[in-house]
Unconditional design. Sequence first.
Lengths: 162, 162
Amino acid sequence: MNLPAVAVSQSPEEKFREFLATRPKSQRFTGQQRDMVRFIFIQHDHFDADHLLGEMKKSGLTVSRATAYRTLTKLVEAGLLRRLELGQRTFYEHDYGYPQHDHLLCGRCGKMIEFQDPALEEIIRQTALQMGFQVAGHSFVIKGTCVDCNRARMPKRKLDMI
Amino acid sequence: MNLPAVAVSQSPEEKFREFLATRPKSQRFTGQQRDMVRFIFIQHDHFDADHLLGEMKKSGLTVSRATAYRTLTKLVEAGLLRRLELGQRTFYEHDYGYPQHDHLLCGRCGKMIEFQDPALEEIIRQTALQMGFQVAGHSFVIKGTCVDCNRARMPKRKLDMI
DNA sequence: ATTCTTGCAAAGCCTTTGCAACTGC
DNA sequence: GCAGTTGCAAAGGCTTTGCAAGAAT
């Protein structure tokens, strides 16, 4: 958890119930969905479907792969999760109760580091204006090597010399 | 072709030959590879493997799917092509002889619009500095609806009113 | 001649889907 | 009880790979 949370009045579970109830054709809130929402919002991780299934199973919760994918899609539609497309894999992270941000991705350890920069919004706004483009969203990932992996790779002296 | 090309002294084909010859274990330049390099650099498109195979076949050039993928990988390693990961698909575009830039992606027609903004470099530099992150590259895509698709969807009057 | 490349088909990965059984509402 | 959800297994879409035949140096 890198960035300060955003104040929200409803629990993720409540918000999801509400979302389901107010859909064009009302949808149901099931036990598996409840387990998933709770499990996902206990911790603040970036995760993919496979990772989630593994962790839930470890905790004694059972959800089928198909249901996991189907529910993740709904959670995104509900505004609870944000989808991150990295390479060929899809990752998810909290959207509800968490500020908009972007990521640095370490190619060595796979760690994702969050950051915010208001200047980015401005670039997007300006570019869109100039191009007559109507923005729906964006994806921005800086790739490289994180501090820890850098330190591990490079002798201390060399770092001092820089 | 949106942005002005960058002056280069070698043809893409020459550059690729040189790349192959100077690899740790020297690699060969084959007929299929030559066909691909030439074909790719005749036009300035964003394309994926499937699209490339289709267009080449139309032009009477034959390359197997496996070879296409293998050669595209080498062209990226050689610095001739840049890889763009969009959703689950991988796209390619010219890197050699073409300036660094980012993209707007229209969700309706799939068009990719290129743009440059020096402020982005600065954001990357600053963020990396602050996080002790060593940058290797980045991917930045603004998603939404392009001018043409906007016009097509919206009655003219409404546009005038804005 | 040697060693790398090609093409085919098979396999890999992640994700989606058809369908019968099941379960919220 | 009706309509939406689950789980299974099968299928999908894109990419990679093992291997024998072919080509570049």
